[in-house]
Design a binder for this molecule. Structure first.
Ligand code: HEC
Ligand code: HEC
Length: 345
């Protein structure tokens, strides 16, 4: 597998791309000295070493779920929902890039480091920084053509958070409720959290029109297929975990960028509705993405610490909630096999 992958990557363009990608993925990597010609021979062998290290770590920690060929069909995959990612197709959901685009190395590393809460994907923070970089390099070798033809796109813009300095975030949460229901109609897939009459007020406030009818089961979720034909359940924020992080920064990224391969679209480019009267504030503007992030975080904070026995959501299982990303002081249930994920010296 490795030899094939490496041989396919020896095109000049792909080497440069891979090098570029690798240079960007480690905070401790030395700065490139552009005053001298590059020694590609030495640099390539560095990549080769990294990929080889990544392969060893992958076989030890990832193969059981993601499979020997990276197709997401490891021995454990049969029992899992959602299914482990198929690295050959490279539809990565959680990224700072727009839906449909490849993630950055930092995105992949974040997923590997923190895991995806509410799915089987564990966090591998116990692995060294270098091993995490090596894993990023290695999982790309499962789809060499995709990575060389589509260099990772630029991350979405992060507009200034107008609510950051507020101690009491109520204005952000209230504004988020309006935009969530009134403009981007998140409730066409996720639940609505207010009554229909209030949704209509919010629709009008965002420059739209009130509706006479809404979908059935408006306070529940609309299950959606992903591009690989698997059923996904949009998050019910008061019951389910969000996988890619619960800090407002994480939620801003998820909501703005969307999730590749799923029904969840990119919103960052459509947050503009001009005022109806000259001189008034716009009805919808990019900073409203922050308001939605605060609103969704507030919904998450209303989730019970642990759901009652038997009250499992279709999407995930009861676990510890952390809004800032700090590790749980005492996990309610120990993960099934944490020792397996500790790296050997
Ligand atoms: C116990 C099973 C399991 C193991 C072990 C596991 N994963 Fe995963 N992984 C998953 C599942 C399940 C998903 C999909 C979660 C989802 O779709 O929300 C996933 C998703 C991913 C993703 C995709 C995230 C995205 O943006 O779409 C990456 C990258 C990943 N895993 C890397 C790894 C690496 C690297 C290892 C080994 C260090 C590993 N995984 C070990 C189950 C596992
Ligand atoms: C067309 C359907 C659709 C719309 C509209 C939609 N989403 Fe989603 N969203 C989804 C699906 C499907 C998932 C779950 C994907 C999964 O489980 O892999 C999701 C997941 C999410 C997640 C969780 C990601 C994670 O880390 O687990 C957040 C947060 C989210 N959506 C916010 C929003 C917000 C806010 C809006 C409105 C701006 C919105 N969504 C509109 C379909 C949609």
């Amino acid at each position: 597998m490795k030899t094939v992958a490496l041989r396919r990557m020896t095109g000049r363009g792909s080497i440069l791309m891979l090098l570029g990608a690798l240079a960007g993925c480690s905070a401790s990597a030395p700065e490139v000295d552009t005053s001298k010609p590059r020694d590609e021979g030495i640099r390539f062998s560095n990549v080769q070493v990294l990929v080889t290290e990544g392969e060893a770590a992958y076989k030890r920690h990832c193969l059981g779920c993601h499979g020997a060929t990276g197709d997401g069909k490891g021995p454990a995959a049969r029992m899992l929902s959602p299914k482990p990612r198929n690295f050959q197709l490279a539809h990565f959901k959680f990224s700072s890039t727009r839906s449909g685009q490849l993630p950055t190395d930092a995105d992949l590393k974040r997923t590997i480091r923190t895991g995806l809460r509410g799915s089987a994907m564990p966090g591998f923070a116990a692995l060294s920084d270098r091993t995490q970089d090596a894993l990023v390099a290695y999982i790309k070798t499962f789809a060499p053509a995709k990575w060389s033809e589509n260099p990772p796109a630029a991350p979405i813009p992060i507009v200034e958070d107008p609510y950051r300095s507020l101690v009491d975030k109520t204005p952000a949460i209230q504004r988020g409720e309006v935009v969530y229901h009134g403009y981007v109609t998140c409730w066409s897939c996720h639940p609505a959290y207010v009554a229909e009459s209030r949704i209509n007020e919010h629709l009008v406030a965002c420059g739209g029109e009130a509706r006479s009818g809404f979908r059935a089961n408006l306070s529940g979720v609309e299950a959606k297929l992903n591009v690989e034909g698997q059923m996904l359940y949009p998050t019910d924020f008061k019951r389910d975990f969000v996988r890619a992080g619960m800090s407002v920064e994480d939620l801003y990224r998820t909501i703005s960028a969307g999730l590749t391969g799923t029904a969840m679209p990119t919103w960052v480019d459509v947050m503009h509705v001009p005022a109806k009267t000259a001189g008034a504030a716009p009805l919808v503007q990019p900073s409203d993405l922050w308001a939605m992030a605060y609103y969704v975080q507030d919904l998450i904070s209303q989730r019970p610490q642990k759901l009652a026995d038997g009250a499992f959501t279709p999407r995930d299982r009861p676990q510890w909630i952390s809004l800032t990303g700090e590790p749980p002081p005492k996990p309610p249930e120990a993960p099934s096999a944490p020792e397996e994920f500790i790296e050997e010296p």
